[in-house]
Design a protein around this ligand. Sequence first.
Ligand code: ZN
Length: 73
Amino acid sequence: MSDSSNSGGQGKDGEGEARRLRPCPVCAKMSTPADHPFCSDRCAKVDLNRWLSGGYGIPVVEFDDLSEGDDQS
Ligand SMILES: [Zn+2]
């Protein structure tokens, strides 16, 4: 009886790459390992642009609507 102990060395490497891929947050297409988590470089830029325009870069001038009490007739 030479039943060596069970070497449960499974699931360390192999499948997983494909499962890690998620739909592109921009166009909902399948993302690629190269441009993860986007499907392409284009979508990556689109998302970056969105992020930038949402944070910095664009001077917000919404206050112009609030401070309309100072009217000059
Ligand atoms: Zn995409």
